[in-house]
Write a protein that binds this ligand. Structure first.
Ligand code: 13P
Length: 293
């Protein structure tokens, strides 16, 4: 069943857990996320990033995500990730998305506030939950998935400014910068949980971890205990799926060097690896809470 971003984060808040938000730019990833949610009994967020449009257009993927979410027995939010253009957001909302992120983190603060307010008005007219970002992670969600695309130095979210930003914009959940990065980590991540604690002291809004793949289970738990309610997860999942596909090719070729390896052999291997990874990730993010269904 399809549910609003606000409602899914309210469940996470009540249970002191985080909901996995998987970027699903393929049918295999979408099915893997839904099957993992149904298997574990926890809610899930299916995300489409504007930056993934080049290899998975919203026009094709959006209606597919909504249709599969509607008929799933799991609680599913269909969410737009890292949207910088409000006209693009409107297209997703018209398709039935129940969550959307306006990302003004690269804009000056005043422009970020102004555009986030416009996004809030638009989302309200579609009864859609809104996520906005304050601070900068210094990397972009660019869809490449195997290198960090550094665009600037990370700027951690300022808790005092966050309080004002939350009140001014009318957002439902806040993406903050506290040490995670998109893409592959070049060293051990060092997360600053005080940023989260300080924001939540002033305002109990649900917080979002971007760059959420490649983080240790211990850090996930600490972040959840400090108020993270949604964790965005992409790069490491598709890395594992890519490795599974390479393994299938190697296995076929080791038996017969001339063997054909068909596309469906690869998509099946990718689906299976994503399903296994998503299932274990959802359970870690549940942080010991009982399943919802
Ligand atoms: P990762 O690159 O760590 O998987 O993060 C994905 C993300 O934050 C999408 O918004």
């Amino acid at each position: 069943m399809i549910v609003n971003l606000r409602d899914i984060c309210a469940i996470a808040e009540q249970k002191n857990m985080a909901i996995a938000s998987f970027n699903v730019p393929s049918l295999e990833a979408t099915r893997a996320a839904l099957d993992a949610a149904e298997e574990t009994g926890y809610p899930v967020i299916l995300s489409h990033a504007e930056g993934h449009d080049a290899f998975t257009p919203l026009d094709a993927m959006g209606p597919t995500m909504v249709a599969l979410a509607e008929r799933s027995s799991a609680m599913v939010c269909v969410h737009l990730d890292h949207c910088e253009n409000l006209s693009y957001m409107r297209r997703a909302l018209e398709m039935g998305f129940t969550g959307a992120m306006y990302d003004g983190s690269m804009e000056p603060y005043e422009v970020n506030i102004e555009n986030s307010q416009r996004a809030a008005d638009m989302c309200a007219s579609f009864d859609c939950g809104l996520e906005c970002e304050l601070g900068s992670m210094g990397t972009r969600e660019n869809g490449v998935g195997h290198e960090n695309d550094h665009v600037s130095e990370a700027v951690y979210t300022d808790p005092e400014q966050a309080d004002e930003f939350i009140k001014e914009t009318g957002l439902d959940i806040l993406a903050c910068s506290f040490g995670t990065v998109h893409g592959i980590y070049k060293g051990e991540p060092h997360l600053n949980f005080d940023v989260l604690t300080e924001i939540r002291k002033r305002n109990n809004v649900p917080l979002v971890m971007h760059g959420g793949s490649g983080v240790s289970d211990d850090d996930y738990r600490k972040a959840i205990d400090a108020g993270i309610r949604k964790i965005n997860y992409y790069t490491y999942g598709v890395k594992y799926a890519g490795e599974a596909v390479q393994q299938v090719i190697a296995d076929f070729k080791s038996k017969n060097a001339d063997a054909n390896v068909y596309w469906h052999d690869m998509t099946m291997a990718a689906y299976q690896r994503l399903y296994e990874d998503f299932t274990s990730v959802i359970k870690v993010f549940a942080n010991g809470a009982d399943p919802v269904a």
